[in-house]
Ligand binder design. Structure first.
Ligand code: AHG
Ligand code: MN
Ligand code: MN
Length: 337
């Protein structure tokens, strides 16, 4: 834990600048994108905090006075991200779980050499019941020619090409965790001063975990190797002590707990969802990058998530992410599939 005091405070801005200094060739563009994402995170956190009041305000006639229908928070979060990122001259395009095609940076703004991809509000079905939700983001360097509009090809790169990735969890506190490939670092929002302060430098996930996060209501749709794997994690085959099951249903929240406490999040393929549910570009890749940087691993059951060559923007992938030893167990069991 870092002790931030009035005279010794590591804000996210300071941390980003200090990281950038280690790379004399850096242009500052990536740092600028991270600042913008941190600002967007604060704005989304603010909206999420008011979630339970949105209808109350509407009922008073304040929010709906122009006949506007309350927008869903995941649409609001998407708009906040796009508006925070589109004009800085650092990106040429964006892609979002909430939009079918890519979002090209308009002509009126300068276009940069990066693209950003995001899941604006992860776990949004949990909003109504006051359970943590999150935002997940990924940044890639463009492969299309500089200056022009960004393209789908810029997005369809394997996760190992990510130059930055991160997530924000809107929980009991708001935290932002990110990596640029030099460790995974966590910052907690101090609401009194509106700053993210370094709280979890160089996060390391335990080698073997305590927690298992999986929605086992799909058990009857799982393949036999997946069933055998889950019996293994539960200690039912006598080869290990049972893991402790924890499933919130917000990937960010489940991932964050397991990153800090050790464990595995699994969303296997099943006969109803043959490629699983989670989106490779907006969910699997960014969290896989962070997990690997923290000493963990992520696979789709057969191969490393970060090696997958995407073919579609909204492609899904089966997902096993977390402590290395627990992911290795998944690889062993699923190799028999
Ligand atoms: P999103 O809210 O962005 O659509 O993501 C929901 C995802 C993920 O957060 C969670 O782990 C998973 O859906 C839960 O799915 P099941 O209800 O099928 O378990
Ligand atoms: Mn999601
Ligand atoms: Mn979402």
């Amino acid at each position: 834990m870092v002790q931030n005091t009035a005279t010794s405070v590591v804000t996210i801005d300071r941390f980003i600048v200090e990281q950038e200094k280690r790379f004399p060739e850096a242009t500052g563009a990536l740092s600028g994108i991270l600042y913008d994402l941190a600002v967007a995170a604060k704005m989304i956190a603010n909206k999420v905090r008011l979630a339970g009041l949105a209808d109350v305000l509407g009922a008073q006639g304040t929010a709906n006075v122009q006949g506007e229908i309350q927008q869903k928070l995941d649409v609001i979060a998407n708009t906040i991200l796009v508006k925070a990122l589109d004009h800085g001259g650092r990106l040429c395009a964006m892609a979002s779980e909430e939009e079918e095609g890519i979002i090209v940076v308009p002509d009126k703004f300068q276009r940069g050499n990066y693209v950003a991809l995001f899941d604006p509000l992860d776990g949004s079905s949990n909003i109504d019941v006051n359970i943590p939700v999150g935002t997940i983001f990924s940044v890639l360097r463009r492969v299309s020619p500089a200056g022009g509009p960004g393209t789908v090809e810029d997005m369809l790169q394997p996760g190992l090409r990510q130059v930055a990735a991160g997530y924000v969890i809107y929980g009991s506190s708001t935290m932002l965790v990110y990596t640029t490939g030099h460790g995974a670092h966590g910052f907690t929002l101090d609401p009194a001063i509106g700053e993210f302060l370094l709280s979890h430098p160089d996060i390391r996930i335990p080698e073997r975990g305590r927690f298992l996060s999986v929605n086992d209501s799909y058990e009857k749709y799982w393949t036999e190797p997946v069933k055998a794997l889950m019996r293994h994690y539960r200690g039912m085959n006598g080869r290990r002590d049972p893991m402790n099951v924890r499933y919130v249903g917000s990937l960010v929240a489940d991932f964050h707990r397991n990153l800090l406490g050790g464990g595995l999040f699994a969303y296997p393929a099943n006969t109803k969802s043959p490629t699983g549910k989670l989106r490779l570009l907006y969910e699997c890749n960014p969290l896989a990058f962070i997990c690997e940087q923290a000493g963990g691993a992520a696979i789709d059951g057969r191969q490393r998530i970060l090696d997958i060559q995407p073919t579609e923007l909204h492609q899904r992938a089966p997902y096993f992410v977390g402590s290395k030893a627990d992911v290795e167990a998944a690889a062993d069991y699923l190799a028999q599939a």
